[in-house]
Write a protein that binds this ligand. Sequence first.
Ligand SMILES: [Zn+2]
Length: 58
Amino acid sequence: MTSHLHVTPIGDRVDHDTSTTEPGCACGPEVKSVTQDDGSIGWLLVHHSLDGREQGKG
Ligand SMILES: [Zn+2]
């Protein structure tokens, strides 16, 4: 069975859509595949902060 894990910025001012296994959130999550301990493949959906902390401008 494939698992999905959402990683969201802590304390972000916007709500992220973590209810889906698709990267459908407005922040455009980055999808990474990870091999789990049991050898199965899991998906890591890494959300980006939308409060501008990563851009440093704008
Ligand atoms: Zn998001």
